[in-house]
Design a protein around this ligand. Structure first.
Ligand SMILES: [Zn+2]
Ligand SMILES: [Zn+2]
Length: 223
């Protein structure tokens, strides 16, 4: 046990028991999500786009780790507040299993990890970008480099809740640009906290690929 654990003991987000952010009993409330095609959002093994769905500027694969309910939802909501963001670490471990085979393969290509950026205004309000916290921590665990400045959000798209996928796609069009003076990687692992309709991640991917990046895989903690 280190000093921090004594000064600020970890407590289960669900039941309040001391010792860990998610205690062993409550871990059963963390459900793995079924993987979907990033284009049509219907089920697809390994998160690969269906052959007839594949688009040149679209994601080459998508992994959503947990169902956005139960413990995962609690953690993500709580981590929107600054002092709790290290809670996100609980969700970053890749579960074991065949569904992650193509993601693992993609990671061997040493992609640069890039978080979906927040607009500056939101960043100032919140003090941090959740996607960036996840990206940095994921990159560290997998010994990858992380670039939080490759993408820049030029427009604040406001609250997307309640909007349909088409509306959301329209709302995010042109909201992101590549920051100048960046040397472009060939492969990118794009990170966000939650995949709702996928509009944001798909738009980021389109911008990255138009700039010449060859392969982009999306990873969201929950869906
Ligand atoms: Zn618990
Ligand atoms: Zn599809």
């Amino acid at each position: 046990m280190n000093l921090l654990d004594i000064l600020w003991p970890k407590k289960c987000v669900n039941c309040g028991k001391f010792g860990a952010y998610v205690c062993e009993d409550c871990k059963v409330g963390l459900w793995e999500e079924e993987q979907i095609c990033p284009v049509c959002t219907r089920n697809s093994r390994y998160g690969l786009p269906h052959k007839y769905c594949h688009k040149s500027y679209g994601l080459d694969g998508l992994t959503c780790l947990w169902s956005y309910e139960g413990i995962a939802k609690k953690i993500i909501k709580k981590a929107k507040y600054k002092y709790f963001y290290d809670l996100l670490g609980e969700l970053i471990n890749l579960p074991e299993g065949g569904e992650y085979f193509y993601l693992q393969k993609f990671l061997q290509e040493k992609p640069v990890v890039v978080p979906v950026p927040l607009h500056e205004k939101r960043y100032r309000e919140r003090g941090f970008n959740q996607a960036e916290v996840i990206a940095k921590s994921f990159a560290a665990r997998h010994k990858l480099s992380c670039n939080s400045h490759l993408l820049f959000r030029v427009r604040d798209t406001g609250h997307q809740a309640g909007r349909e996928r088409d509306e959301r796609l329209k709302a995010v069009q042109g909201a992101f640009v590549i920051t100048p003076h960046n040397s472009l990687p060939t492969t990118v692992l794009l990170i966000d906290d939650v995949w709702t309709t996928g509009a944001t991640m798909c738009e980021c991917c389109r911008v990255l690929k138009k700039a010449g990046i060859e392969k982009v895989w999306g990873l969201a903690l929950a869906r």
